[in-house]
Write a protein that binds this ligand. Sequence first.
Ligand code: ATP
Ligand code: MG
Length: 531
Amino acid sequence: MELDMVELVYDHPIQYKHEATKNAIEIANELFFTDMSTKEKDTQFCLCKKWQYSKFFLINQDGSIPLLTSNANDLSIREREHLKMAGFVLLCWKEEMNKLQQLWAWLMVNRFVSSSYCTQKKQRYVNHKCKKGETVKIPSNEVILEEKKKRIEVLCRAVGVPETKKSIIINKLCDGEFKHYVLTYDNILKMTAILFSIRSNLPTVLMGETGCGKTALIKYLACATDTELEAVDIHGGIDKTHIYEIVKKCTERLKPMAHIIKSKRRKYQCNSKEIWLFLDEFNTSPDIGWFNELICNRSLDGIKIPEEIKILAACNPYRERKLSAQDKVWSEKDRLAKYVYRVLPLCETVKTYLWQFGSLPDLDERQYILEMIKNRKKELKGSLQTEFDNEAPFIVEQICKSQEFVRVKLQDVAIVSLRDVDRCLKIFVWLVNTYFANTLDIRQCLVISVGICYYYRLNSKERREYVKVITTKDIHFLKILEKERDKCCKNSCFEGDIVYLEILGTSKTLSFQILKDNMCQSEIENFRKKD
Ligand SMILES: Nc1ncnc2c1ncn2[C@@H]1O[C@H](COP(=O)(O)OP(=O)(O)OP(=O)(O)O)[C@@H](O)[C@H]1O
Ligand SMILES: [Mg+2]
């Protein structure tokens, strides 16, 4: 939509209505009449991509104009002023990305993570000169929180949070479960697009690589829209009976809300009136055809579910991976082993409703990792927290390096994800809480955790290269790791049998395979599976 539309909106409303309708039809055409097979390689939401590179308005159901997305270079200063006066929020992708890139470059070089630096100096920003001569503005914690609130405000406007609820919702999104959620502008657009789809009563299916933030995003959006979310992790052990029971429970919960549902006036405001049933990782279930009916037709064995239960679903892509000779032997016995994810192919109807998340952009991943690390601090014993603060920059750096190395070497974006980061941090926290001061220091704990999560996944040549990348002046990575491995081998009690508990969907086969591959390759012999 062109800029003179701003005047058009106010001075010529009928003409504006025509223009807006024309744009809506264009977007609809693009979204729903594109051949899905051509979209497969598209790693971004196609709608968001369009928003990022065009000038146009998003209009709420109540007629307010909450947000304008734009590439700054397309607008003159005068035009920007004009838009600000008209109450638009201006998002400029290039500027945002540049700012982030500079900041991260600086953080990585200086091993500096939090903005405690500015806080000490009691300044909102500290100007720092990089080696290349560029000046980077490092924001204080106060500025970071303000920026976060500004973004949440944009999100609230985009999803139409009523003024009366705004402050409660902003507080919820800044603290507790969501304290460490990084709300990028890209996430705001994705949430807006998803909400459009839910409000249009369309099936909403998110597809993306593991750990790219699908589940976290839906949870955040549900909180922002004040909607009840019933999230179900689908796996082999969840069958029809479970889903029937869950739908029944949701229907029961909806009954007391019936009077609100009838009130049309509140139809598009925040929703105490609907429940989102989120079927996470539904393509892991052998009942995929049945889930297809629930998602696309909104019915269970032919019986419609209440309209107020909105169905959302998430899944990982179904694609083959590169197999090593050893993998090929393994995959003969296990038909899903040749795929990147242990999932089943989607039905054609579901494919029509896919929102492609693709993989996480590098800069976003770094921000998420940083927040994930900060989030773990509270799990450490009190006295260790200060120590942890000092080492946080080092931890970020080592984990980011490991993610990048494994991804490049194993040539697949999905080979590592935030799930690996999460795993690595879990091990790290456990090691620190159990062994710190006794036998290991913080850096040694980190070496062992990245060793387990990254190093042991590589072949011997890759391991040598990885060690070069990860070793620092004061930390001899391999020495620490080998010492721990030897200790572990000496104390191990693998002489007897290992019995796995028969709990469905808990990755028993996979964990056995990992254990077996690594133990057989190294010092422990005779570790074999007896069927
Ligand atoms: N915007 C974000 N800010 C901070 N951390 C995030 C963000 N998005 C995701 N994460 C973190 O990344 C990890 C993986 O996210 P999430 O579980 O949402 O991914 P997913 O796409 O659902 O993965 P999967 O396909 O494996 O289910 C979580 O630990 C989550 O806390
Ligand atoms: Mg998930």
